[in-house]
Design a protein around this ligand. Sequence first.
Ligand code: ZN
Length: 247
Amino acid sequence: MAQQCACALKEAHKIVLLSGAGMSTNAGIPDFRGPNGIYKQKMQTDPELIFDIDYFQKNPRFFYQFHREFLKVINKIEPTFSHRFFAQLEKEGKLAGIITQNIDALHQKAGSKKVYEIHGSTWQSYCTSCGEVFDYETSYAKSFKEDIPHCEKCGGVLKPDIVFFGENVKHLYECQTLAEEADLLFVVGSSLTVTPAAFLPSMCPGKIVVVNKGDISYAYLHPQKIFIHAEWDIDDFFKAVEEAGRE
Ligand code: ZN
């Protein structure tokens, strides 16, 4: 399987990666937002309420109470072998872009530049009143200094650039274009259950490689369209692919 994937990589010119939560759990990020994630398990709180946009507008304190825990975790973690593997493909000019469902910015930390964060990210915050943008360092510091971080200009409440339930996903047009132009599309650590990301692989005319330990949904992607389906640990798989590519 790794050998087959290494050959496909050699032949490909426009590689696209679609990454999901599984890619970050390998870096040590627990699943926060999922239905069985730690908000639910350890804090007995419904993640849908934490990330509900209407509820945030009414009670931002509630969100920030949980968000501080998330920030502490992502501040400590480092990109995995697989994050760096795809950053390297971009340097070699073979990668057209990364579409990610993750909000932890590990792809950027690994050195990737063309990253479309479909569910937004913690890398920026903005003022919900005047739109002023705050970088990661400022938003991070303000989240711990203030109970509810506020804008210095107008006093409005800050919101991280994460897509909440009830908000539109980002970069959908660019993501569709990437999928349509890919000659090799990797689906890594995603079960393809959350739309619209789950729709994207079916738009790819090229080869599709799925690397995911658990089951994936075939609701939007016919199994016959999958060239390789590796139910491996993600880092083990890409280490084997790199090894095979050197031979
Ligand atoms: Zn403001």
